[in-house]
Design a protein around this ligand. Structure first.
Ligand SMILES: NC(=O)c1ccc[n+]([C@@H]2O[C@H](COP(=O)([O-])OP(=O)(O)OC[C@H]3O[C@@H](n4cnc5c(N)ncnc54)[C@H](O)[C@@H]3O)[C@@H](O)[C@H]2O)c1
Length: 261
């Protein structure tokens, strides 16, 4: 499905980003893992190469801060230099700042918007500039969230940032269709990652419950279990492929049926 395609994944060092990398390798592609957490990148690369029995040249790692335009520019150019091509981009890096909106600081709001929304915009724009100047098509998948559709309490800034990612996905799809760049998104929920544990810790502290017990309840009702990062990754890999060219500007729910719209 993605034979020899090169896909750059932000936030690729762990969690959903790592699951997406696994799915891309499984589909025959090569990956660029780009993350703020430089120390985890090499460890994740080693694990992926072992699990998928791929040569280490199939995985390239690069530190990046998606909220910084200079850092984004350098990372995407380094990835292009390394592989000689880029075919896809997954904007997966994201953060949450949890708590009642009555207590939320402007800094918390700005951090979430900077990473989740402006970071997605900066990576999309740099990727599109590179593809357009090379005369090459491409595919972008933005990792939004069902939180961008549902008004979950105590995460107003996060919800707003993800709703904006859904909107950005729609807009870029219409703007860049003429350049052969297909832009879609997914809206996960209840995925077993360190971020979900962060949510359980925050909610647990507020209501006086054990976060590990709480985490067990944070599962899609129709599935009765957490979603695994690789399951999200396989949907993303499909959206990156030519088989998904008729899907455009969509943000598809990948939350086990929790969100019906
Ligand atoms: N876990 C879920 O249930 C869930 C649900 C819906 C949406 N999401 C979204 O999926 C994406 C991945 O979430 P996750 O659960 O794997 O989170 P995670 O916290 O486990 O991993 C996020 C990764 O992004 C990296 N990152 C953070 N800020 C960055 C920056 N400025 N530049 C580059 N990298 C940065 C982190 O170092 C980390 O490796 C996020 O966008 C998140 O909002 C997650």
């Amino acid at each position: 499905m993605l034979i020899n395609r090169v896909i750059l994944i932000t936030g690729g060092a762990r969690g959903i980003g790592r699951g997406i990398a696994e799915a891309v390798l499984e589909a025959g592609g090569k990956v660029v893992l780009a993350d703020l957490d430089n120390t985890s990148l090499e460890h994740t690369k080693a694990e992926l190469c072992t699990i998928h029995a791929v040569p280490e040249q199939s995985v390239f790692t690069i530190p990046v801060d998606v909220a910084d335009a200079t850092s984004v520019g350098a990372a995407l150019e380094a990835a292009l230099d390394n592989f000689g091509q880029l075919d896809g981009l997954v904007n997966n890096a994201g953060i949450t700042r949890l708590g009642p909106n009555l207590d939320a600081s402007v800094e918390d709001w700005q951090q979430q918007l900077n990473v989740n929304l402006v970071g997605t915009h900066l990576c999309c724009r740099k990727f599109a500039e590179l593809q357009i100047s090379a005369g090459k098509p491409g595919a972008i998948v933005n990792i939004a969230s069902n939180a961008g559709k549902v008004g979950y309490p105590n995460m107003a800034g996060y919800n707003a940032s993800k709703a904006a990612v859904i909107s950005l996905t729609r807009t870029l799809s219409t703007e860049w269709a003429e350049h052969g760049i297909n832009v879609n998104g997914v809206c996960p929920g209840g995925v077993d990652t360190p971020m979900l544990m962060e949510v359980a810790v925050s909610v647990g502290a507020r209501i006086g419950e054990d976060p590990n017990e709480l985490l067990k309840t944070m599962v899609p009702a129709q599935m009765g279990r957490h979603i695994q990062p690789l399951e999200i990754g396989r949907v993303v890999a499909f959206l990156l492929s030519d088989a998904a060219l008729i899907i455009r500007g969509q943000s598809i729910n990948t939350d086990g049926g929790d969100t019906p719209y």
